[in-house]
Ligand binder design. Structure first.
Ligand code: AQP
Length: 344
């Protein structure tokens, strides 16, 4: 249930994706598809390509620029309409970085060290990780709270960061005796909140996984998609009649969940049709569903990417609209903290 404090805020949805690689089927099912579906409801929708997050690990500058545009193309190809939503890249709205600094003074160092994503990404040599990678969740809180967003659609992997955003909002409101930030709700819904690697059912499908075979990229053509699915790791057993029977078969469960999410069915509906059949029958059927869902998106992406100047104009327009919401909230935050206003 939503925190009662949120009733005092205008319903607003915010979410973002890092341009840290080409976007994957995981990003599509866990994020983009839902971003598009949430448009046109009672809440305003604001979607962001979080490039300042991407540079917390090394990015080749030219490649990053290309990936920001490619991500924008993927958002639009997946149905995010810049006329219905605000679509922009984070670094064009300086309020995100400014608010992140303010939140660096609210968040505690211990909160950051507890983040599993920091531990995973920093690896054994965490002393050598960028300071930005450690402070990443404070920037994410800034992304969300600079718009006083009441809800954030995310995949399961971002749940811990969302909890930290809520902690920062609650501590700020408590320390300064105000109701300035909502306690943002995570929207983690559907069967594809955690799409797993095609090579290892215990790891999340990720755009920065060194193995390209572990993921389906939104730019993969039909043959590549079919090959990756054919080679996906599975077991030799036939499929059971319901998900209960897949409890200890993570790779099989993952493929059934992907099928269900792409076909807009429940996993049990999918299994009811494939009960008793092996992966020799299931994988080609999954490849067909995946190709028919993803090919139109890939085609639209390449149309958008053929006109990078238009993508840049769309992002600049989105940044202006985002800044118009963010700046007054940033200024009020500074005022609450005892800083002098820089704009009226
Ligand atoms: N495998 C996934 N299943 C479901 N949802 C996913 N998301 C990412 N991977 C999956 C969701 O996509 C949104 C954007 O994620 P992000 O780009 O900010 O970073 P991430 O979660 O760290 O995604 P990646 O692909 O794993 O990026 P890298 O490799 O750069 O770290 C989020 O809502 C996320 O939950």
């Amino acid at each position: 249930m939503s925190d009662p404090i949120n009733a005092q805020f205008r319903p607003r949805i915010f979410s973002g994706i890092q341009p840290s690689g080409g976007l994957t089927l995981g990003n599509y099912l866990g994020a983009l598809k839902r971003f598009a579906a949430l448009q046109g409801g009672e809440a305003e929708t604001i979607y962001c390509i979080v490039d300042l997050h991407a540079i917390t690990v090394w990015q080749e500058p030219e490649q990053l620029r290309a990936r920001i545009r490619e991500a924008a193309a993927a958002f639009m190809a997946a149905g995010v309409d810049p006329a219905q939503s605000i679509l922009f890249n984070q670094s064009q709205v300086s309020a995100h970085a400014e608010m992140a600094w303010l939140f660096n003074t609210v968040a505690r160092v211990g909160w950051m060290y507890r983040m599993t994503q920091f531990k995973d990404k920093a690896g054994k040599n965490s002393e050598n990780a960028s300071l930005g990678l450690l402070a990443y969740p404070a920037l994410m809180a800034a992304d969300i709270l600079t718009y006083q967003a009441t809800a954030v659609p995310v995949g399961e992997d971002q749940k811990q960061h969302l909890e930290l955003t809520r902690d920062i909002a609650a501590k700020f409101n408590h320390d300064y005796g105000v109701t300035h930030f909502p306690i943002t709700e995570p929207l983690i819904e559907g069967v594809a909140t955690r799409v797993m690697s095609l090579r290892d059912g215990s790891r999340k499908m990720s755009k920065s996984d060194p193995s390209d075979a572990s993921r389906i990229n939104l730019t993969d053509d039909a043959d590549t998609i079919a090959t990756k699915i054919r080679k996906a790791r599975t077991d030799a057993d036939p499929l059971p009649g319901s998900m209960e029977g897949l409890k200890d078969r993570p790779e099989a469960k993952n493929l059934v969940n992907i099928y269900a999410a792409l076909a807009d069915e429940t996993p049990d509906e999918v299994l009811a049709r494939f009960e008793g059949q092996g992966f020799g029958a299931f994988k080609p059927a999954l490849a067909e569903v995946a190709v028919s869902a993803l090919s139109p998106i890939t085609a639209r992406m390449s149309d958008y990417m053929a006109d990078p100047a238009q993508i840049d104009r769309t992002l600049a327009d989105g940044a202006d609209r985002a800044a118009a919401i963010a700046l007054p909230i940033l200024e009020r935050t500074k005022e609450i903290m005892g800083l002098l206003r820089t704009r009226n």
